[in-house]
Design a protein around this ligand. Sequence first.
Ligand code: PHB
Length: 391
Amino acid sequence: MTLRTTLRQVALLGAASVALLCASATAQAPKLKVGLMLPYTGTFAALGVAIENGFRLYVGEQGGKLAGRELEFVKVDDESDPAKATDNVNKLIKRDNVDVIVGTVHSGVAMAMAKAAKDNGTLLIVPNAGADAVTGPMCANHIFRSSFSNWQPAYAMGEVAAKRGAKKAVTITWKYAAGDESVKGFREAFEKGGGQVVRELNLPFPNVEFQALLTEIASLKPDAVYTFFAGAGAVKFVKDYAAAGLKKTIPLYGAGFLTDGTLEAQGADADGLLTTLHYGDSLNTPRDNAFRLEYAKAYKLQPDVYAVQGYDAAQMLAIGLKAVNGDLGKKAEFAAAVEKAKIDSPRGAFTLGKNHNPVQDIYLRQVVGKENKVIGVASKQLADPGRGCRM
Ligand code: PHB
């Protein structure tokens, strides 16, 4: 009897010390260092903030930990400046030794980040920048995108514009990767649908001196104008287009960034505009409603597409981390888990294509008051062609 009791006590003590050891092992698991490389100044500043907010919202919902690891953030303001991008990303990789990089908004900056991530084998999740190359020729096992490729919303809008009977279109955008690729995607679908792009107008990023170009549009008198602008530049463009009197005469079609996160500032000048994007304000699904409520509670702000992309970047990281038990050294297993996952996004669940870009519905939205109201699906489950990606 005494012996049995003693044995039981020893066994219990053993179990308790194992439990204690486990607890301290978890407590001591080093924090996961997340490098947030985003624009916090300049024309895309609000986009960077929304991405970070979305990312932190998801982490907060998980109790501040992913796969048992606490997160530590190192932030860099990339200023949407490609000239500083390589130095900025190398600071995160080499000085701060981050485990994963989340960024960025600007396509030119993102391409420099993808190159550095490839050279160093660093895990990279792109929460906005659509640069086709990131999930094209630069694609890699450890590079993922939670957003879109520049081709996606543009291609969908090319189809919409052609179907709506436009024959001649003029395009206007910033002269850099995102603008060029957006116009290219639009042209591809629009011309396939029987339309013709008669002039491509450009100005350097992030200039907003639109007047001369608007005058040119007025004299060209196309059936439609297609545009890619975003952030503060999009606010000014929509206002200037209306002020020039063009809104009444020539339909303005855009990739949805034109009116996302911008409606408060654009006011009535945005009313009625048609855009295509992988998110909208009136999806009214339980998943999106819950997300919007939590976001509004946390930040006293309405979420936008950028917030969703940040949130989903965190979800993708969580899925991969869980599969490798928090050990990011296991790159192949991490990738395999994210590749086969269905990501439960507020935009609607999506999966990744082979090139690690979301395969997703592209909604047709119309601005009604302060909302991008979803009026249909322009392109169902649209997959980026991943041209040039070998994986
Ligand atoms: C980009 O540079 O890829 C970019 C920037 C802002 C957006 C969308 C795409 O809203």
